[in-house]
Design a protein around this ligand. Structure first.
Ligand SMILES: [Zn+2]
Length: 177
């Protein structure tokens, strides 16, 4: 009886989809898995931001079945951004419109020797796709900085939301760089 290889099973039990253009920004030699994972979820807009929770009624005060329990998980009637206290928290807000996140991005861009202004979410992604090509050291550093920025911004949001902690923009910038 012929032996079945694991690779054959893998190839024949999954549906192959077309590669997305941004995969190389996340999965590259030397990537940091936790940075890439959070960035992957961010690009797919799968992070549980408050705008999404609101769609499920989790932030509407009179619909909370156990308000105190949800409050312990940071779910309150407030859908605002915990980083800048202004605007509805969404992927696009957290990673491009938020004044706080823009401050971190400016610090990171400056540290990487770039002088460009932060763009909107889709333009930032497009810029990275067009400019972060090849295997040079600077491209590698910028990919790590990009995924690290997303990771630490999300971590900062969670620290503020769930633990009430608030490190400074400079601290986050130092983590990323
Ligand atoms: Zn904000």
């Amino acid at each position: 009886m012929a032996q079945i290889k694991v690779s054959w099973i893998w190839d024949n039990t999954r549906s192959r989809l077309e590669k997305v253009s941004w995969h190389r920004l996340l999965w590259f030699p030397g990537h940091i898995p936790k940075f890439s994972l959070i960035s992957w979820m961010t690009i797919l807009d799968k992070l549980p931001t408050k705008d999404k929770l609101a769609r499920f009624g989790l932030t509407v005060e009179d619909k909370l079945p156990t308000k105190d329990r949800l409050a312990r998980f940071g779910l309150t009637a407030d859908n605002g951004c915990v980083l800048c206290n202004f605007g509805l928290e969404s992927r696009n807000h957290l990673f491009s419109k938020c004044v706080y996140a823009k401050g971190i991005l400016c610090d990171v861009l400056h540290s990487c020797g770039l002088t460009q202004e932060p763009l909107c979410w889709s333009d930032n992604l497009q810029w990275m796709l067009q400019n972060l090509k090849g295997k040079s050291l600077i491209v590698h550093i910028l990919k790590l900085a990009g995924t690290g920025l997303v990771y630490y911004t999300w971590e900062e949001r969670n620290l503020r939301l769930f633990r009430g902690l608030a490190p400074s923009i400079k601290t986050i910038g130092i983590y990323v760089v």
